[in-house]
Design a protein around this ligand. Structure first.
Ligand SMILES: [Fe+2]
Ligand SMILES: [Fe+2]
Length: 264
């Protein structure tokens, strides 16, 4: 990673952290953000479970077990956000129903409809088609490296978010505790994914790969920041069946079909 990428990474991360913290502190915008996280976390479970089964069928018991634990952790993260939404008296999103609705929409619109992809997702996985990223097809190294970066950043982001919450009410205190425990899991995910790369590749290649995906993340972050700034830094509000679009564009993409590539 060159110096410019490093600087842009900090600027991009800083902007996202600022916008996220602002939306989390403001009780009016907090539900939309929590709903986005709930969907992102729960949405990753089927993908990780499918990968775990694939690893098992390929004879890699170590990886299969790590992925199964990863899926279990993400399920728990989704539940933490669902609980936080409940504490704000907001309806928890039914992930299954959301998936089914997306499938119905797709059938209505016709299979040929190519829905707009999120700028983040597009930039991060530039050069890879949806099919390339399906759990039965994805290149293991691409999965390890891209997810390692996302998990590493999620670890830092969740700690930052926890620290911006006020200590004044039970809901905020509870959420803070939940965010810190999620952050710890994300660190564990980043670590096993790095180890998974080191099992396949020489150390120097691992470093190069991690660098490449860091650069992709910077580009993707800037694309997302641009979009958020265009919208005045506001996450769209949560309707009953609504999903905050920016947080969930990638999820929306994924939820149309069964397991999809996911973030932390
Ligand atoms: Fe997570
Ligand atoms: Fe994670």
């Amino acid at each position: 990673m060159n110096l410019l990428t490093q600087v842009l990474h900090l600027v991009g991360s800083g902007a996202i952290a600022y916008i996220t913290a602002r939306n989390l502190r403001d009780r009016r915008t907090r539900p939309a953000l929590l709903a986005g996280f709930q969907l992102a976390e729960s949405g990753s479970v089927p993908f990780l479970e499918a990968l775990s089964q694939r690893a098992a069928s390929e004879g890699d018991a170590w990886l299969a077990e790590k992925l199964a634990q990863h899926a279990e952790d993400e399920r728990r993260h989704g539940q933490i956000f669902a609980h936080a939404l409940k504490q704000l008296n907001k309806q928890v999103i039914d992930f299954k129903a959301t998936q089914e609705r997306a499938m119905q929409d797709k059938q209505r619109e016709g299979q040929a409809t190519d829905r707009r992809r999120s700028p983040f997702f597009d930039a991060y996985y530039k050069g890879y088609s949806r099919e390339d990223l399906a759990p039965d097809r994805i290149d293991w190294i691409v999965f390890f490296a891209s997810t390692h970066i996302l998990e590493l950043d999620a670890h830092k982001d969740f700690i930052h978010m926890a620290n911006t919450l006020p200590d004044t009410d039970a809901a905020s205190l509870n959420l803070k505790k939940g965010l810190l425990s999620i952050a710890q899991d994300e660190q564990g995910h980043a670590a096993y994914l790095l180890e998974a790369m080191e099992r396949c590749l020489p150390y120097a290649e691992v470093i190069t790969l991690v660098d490449d995906w860091r650069t992709r993340k910077v580009d993707a972050l800037l694309a997302m920041v641009n979009r958020l700034l265009e919208k005045g830094g506001k996450f769209p509000s949560m309707a009953r069946d609504g999903i905050p679009t920016e947080m969930s564009d990638a999820i929306d993409e994924r939820s149309e079909e069964q397991p999809r590539l996911v973030t932390a």
